[in-house]
Design a protein around this ligand. Structure first.
Ligand code: NDP
Length: 279
């Protein structure tokens, strides 16, 4: 086996677990199933190794809580010490409050953004320096709220401006949290969904990440955002219409884009097709 390495965040269940399972049959390297809870992660690895013969030599566990910078640093240090670098990163881990959750909306906005956006960006910041040439990165976003669910045209434009940066997108999300705590987010044109806003910011960040990678085109590092579909998992209280295996299809497809692929690069993809995300 070559020293190729893939990392999947939030791999202990749902779509993340199905992604690791699917990667086993197509990826010739070590796949790190990561999870914030070590016991759940190790159990998931054991379950995979029992059900999928390819998983026996390929799937390993490493703890990763994407909201914990120490945990992120430990994973980055470990990969640096143990391998030549990283070939695939799938940012799958995320949270969503249930509709009937009584947590104040402002707190929901903050907690959701800390995981789905800021946590994911911190993982990228720590692991991107380890990416090998031709690496493929997938940020799992959502079609639940697209850019047009932001009613304020200025905010929309700022998110996708050619000179937008991860910092400027972070500032917009922080402003959303501030307004959510004041209960004025909708007056300012933000969507009424904390989860939706966190994923809009993540898709906007993906476009910026690709722009930065494209500064070194010879390295051919490609990042895309995608929607896995409406999938039957804990997140959807098992009300989704697709299976986790179906949800894993597009994210895994995006890891297989051929060398020097022209498109998709920095796009929003669903069902293996580029979806118009900007408006
Ligand atoms: P699940 O709730 O089933 O799984 C989420 C995974 O993320 C779990 O492994 C969970 O771990 C992990 N996670 C949450 N917080 C953290 C954290 N701080 N650090 C590390 N891991 C964490 O969700 P799905 O499988 O449905 O969702 C997977 C991805 O797909 C998410 O990004 C989601 O937003 C996206 N998505 C899902 C859709 C759907 O219909 N299901 C639709 C559109 C997008 P733990 O078990 O410890 O909680």
């Amino acid at each position: 086996m070559t020293d190729k390495v893939a990392i999947v965040t939030g791999g202990n269940k749902g779509i993340g677990y199905a992604i690791v399972d699917k990667l086993c049959s197509i990826f010739d390297g070590i796949i790190y199933l990561t999870a914030r809870d070590e016991e759940l992660g190790l159990k998931a690895v054991q379950q995979l190794q029992e059900s999928n013969s390819d998983a026996k030599n390929k799937v390993k566990f490493h703890q990763l809580d994407i909201t914990n910078v120490e945990s992120i640093r430990r994973l980055a240090d470990y990969i640096k010490k143990t391998h030549n670098g990283l070939n695939i990163l799938i940012n799958n881990a995320a949270i969503a409050f249930k509709a009937n959750d009584v947590t104040p909306f402002g707190d929901q906005a903050e907690i959701t953004a800390q995981t789905n956006f800021f946590g994911t960006i911190n993982v990228c910041n720590a692991l991107f320096p380890l990416l090998q040439d031709h690496a493929r990165v997938v940020n799992i976003s959502s079609r639940y709220k697209m850019l047009d669910s932001i009613k304020n045209a200025e905010i929309r434009q700022n998110l996708i401006a050619p000179d937008a940066t991860i910092e400027s997108v972070s500032d917009i999300l922080s402003d959303f949290i501030k307004k959510a705590k004041q209960n004025s987010h909708e007056d300012d044109g933000y969507p009424a969904s904390a989860y939706g806003m966190s994923k809009i910011a993540l898709t906007a960040a993906t476009i910026i990440q690709q722009r930065i990678f494209d500064d070194k085109p010879h390295r051919d590092i490609v990042v895309n955002a995608c929607c896995p579909g409406y999938i039957n998992t804990d997140m959807t209280s098992n009300k989704g219409t697709g299976t986790p295996e179906q949800g894993a299809d597009t994210p895994v497809y995006l890891t297989t884009l051929e060398p020097n692929v022209k498109s998709p690069r920095g796009e929003f993809v669903a069902e293996r097709k580029i979806v118009k995300w900007k408006c």
